[in-house]
Design a protein around this ligand. Sequence first.
Ligand SMILES: *Cc1c(COP(=O)(O)O)cnc(C)c1O
Length: 242
Amino acid sequence: MNDNARRIVANLAAVRSRIVAAAARAGRAASDVRLVAVTKYVGDDEVAALLAAGCSDFGESRPQTLWSRAERFRDSPARWHLIGHLQRNKVARTLPLAELIHSVDSPRLLTAIDAEAARLGRTSDVLLEVNVSGDASKHGVAAEGLAALVAAAAACPHVCVRGLMTMAAREGDADAARGDFARLRRLRDKTVAAMPAGTVNVQLDELSMGMSGDFEQAIAEGATLVRIGSALFEDVDLGRGN
Ligand SMILES: *Cc1c(COP(=O)(O)O)cnc(C)c1O
């Protein structure tokens, strides 16, 4: 094992134990929090090191990168999550390769995913991205628009909405982030309570929230998917031309 791989193994162990501790503090089972290793900063060697260390869920923010990674690691247990914006013209290539699309934020995108999933004879799992902070630079539907987006999803039988995703407004301010995470959880609870009877393809069990700087706060507020990149690659030399 080279130095980078050794550091990745150590970083992963540290992140996992912080997840376990944060879950314990919140009275939750650590097994209810899934780590999505965000690999957008790194090369294939680092992905391979994470896989060897037992990671199986990986997140990419650009669809094109997800395609090439998923193809390259086709014969591995890796599952690929799209965590960044998806344009409708990239839906067809993304659906067969993505385990979960975290970033659905418009009825038009839902309709495009529904049509492509129908064509493939399957359903596609998605999360609805909510801009809970109202920060204009963030993607996601406004909190006030979520009910309409859920109604649109309910009319897409080949889409299964598993939950909600958000990004905290101010990176580096974990306390402010916790407020955003609490808002997403309350919005989820409210949306579930208001769900029309007979809605079968919208279950909001998953909350994708928390990154390297604030995943413990997210777990305290109920995160089931934490998207962690930089904490896994601390002290890893990424300048080796990959
Ligand atoms: C890059 C990214 C992450 C990971 O961020 P880190 O701070 O490096 O852990 C999580 N979620 C999304 C949507 C991202 O784009």
